[in-house]
Design a protein around this ligand. Sequence first.
Ligand code: ADP
Length: 166
Amino acid sequence: MDTEIVRGDITQQNVDAIVNAANSSLLGGGGVDGAIHRRGGPRILEECRRIRAASGPLPTGQAVSTTAGDLPARWVIHTVGPVHSATEDRTHLLTSCYVESLRLADELGARTVAFPAISAGAYGWPLDDAARVAVAAVRDAAPSSVTTCRFVLFDEAAYAAFDRVL
Ligand code: ADP
């Protein structure tokens, strides 16, 4: 699997699947989540509501998929990153977001997948560590139909952090 980084907006990526840094409610939020629902239109939220009604809140570190609505991608994979904690090591949960998202992408038959810097926004994860965990998780992931993993970093600081790790 090739790993690449670009600076940009994940909603505009021409890939099979984009990953959403969602929250457990699956009912939308700020940051990447807000942008995806805003630009992707109401069908994404409709599917999220159905999943939520059938299965309840999505646990941290897990992933589900929906249509990508009006976005160029075919699917949105919603995963819930851990809130950063100064007292508890939650790295395994952040790793799980990447692993489970890639596993789901493989099930869907996606070949190209774009990730944001999960947990590095509202959830407070220090950028350098978020980048280290993300890159390690993707490097160690099992072989799958995914040929390209693209990290899409919204600002210069996030791009620089991923660039240092890669
Ligand atoms: P979390 O709650 O998991 O921390 P956020 O959405 O708050 O998720 O932030 C995760 C990262 O995504 C942050 O680095 C933020 O700057 C970035 N981000 C925000 N909007 C976009 C976007 N449209 N495309 C890509 N990355 C984005």
